[in-house]
Ligand binder design. Structure first.
Ligand code: ZN
Length: 193
């Protein structure tokens, strides 16, 4: 049983918690975030969704996954803005968490202490295979971490790395199919181009 399914079966009253959904590009992180948030909405819980303002690939106010499944969200500059949410919020979703500042883990701790279920999705590694932004700290403090996998386009194995197919040293290069491809560890460490 997934922790997210166990969550509302135990105890009484709201219990705050932190869940992390991580993985490479094209691993289905946002789809999994949307799935959990939709289930919360079906359960008539008040849901708020945030994402960093930097991620404006598709739409200013929607969390949009690569398969165009979307859910309305609020773009914000700093993680501290999440604390300004409405007092009746029961579930908070955060997408593209790797782009947020290092204050995000503490914000999530404060939300969970208020009884809020926090679900965070983000890239666990950057294109160099290094832990990305606040993600490692979030994974450490979370009750539950789900690592989802893409498929290595080189060999078909489960992929955990985001291989950049264009030359750029910038850490922030927003993901499109032509800029990245998912790769397994072996194929990530060999340059096929
Ligand atoms: Zn491979």
């Amino acid at each position: 049983m997934l922790f997210s399914e166990l969550h509302f079966r135990t105890g009484s009253g709201p219990k705050g918690s932190i869940e992390v959904i991580c993985g490479s590009m094209f691993s289905g992180k946002t789809e999994e975030l949307i799935r959990r948030l939709r289930r919360a909405q079906i359960a008539k819980l008040n849901v708020e969704i945030f994402k960093p303002r930097i991620d404006t690939r598709y739409n200013d106010s929607d969390v949009v996954s690569h398969n165009a499944n979307s859910i309305p969200s609020t773009p914000i500059e700093n993680s501290s803005s999440i604390l300004l949410l409405g007092t009746d919020t029961q579930v908070v979703g955060i997408d593209e968490a790797q782009f947020f500042d290092e204050g995000l883990p503490d914000v999530c701790i404060q939300l969970a202490a208020k009884g809020i279920r926090v679900i965070v999705a983000g890239l666990d590694m950057d294109f160099q295979g290094k832990p990305f932004g606040p993600m490692p700290a979030l994974m450490a403090i979370a009750e539950d971490v789900t690592k989802v996998h893409a498929v290595c386009v080189q060999c078909g194995a489960p992929a955990t790395f985001s291989y950049r197919t264009v030359a750029s040293g910038s850490k922030i290069l927003l993901g499109e199919m032509e800029s990245y491809e998912p790769r397994c560890r072996v194929c990530f460490n060999t340059t096929a181009y």
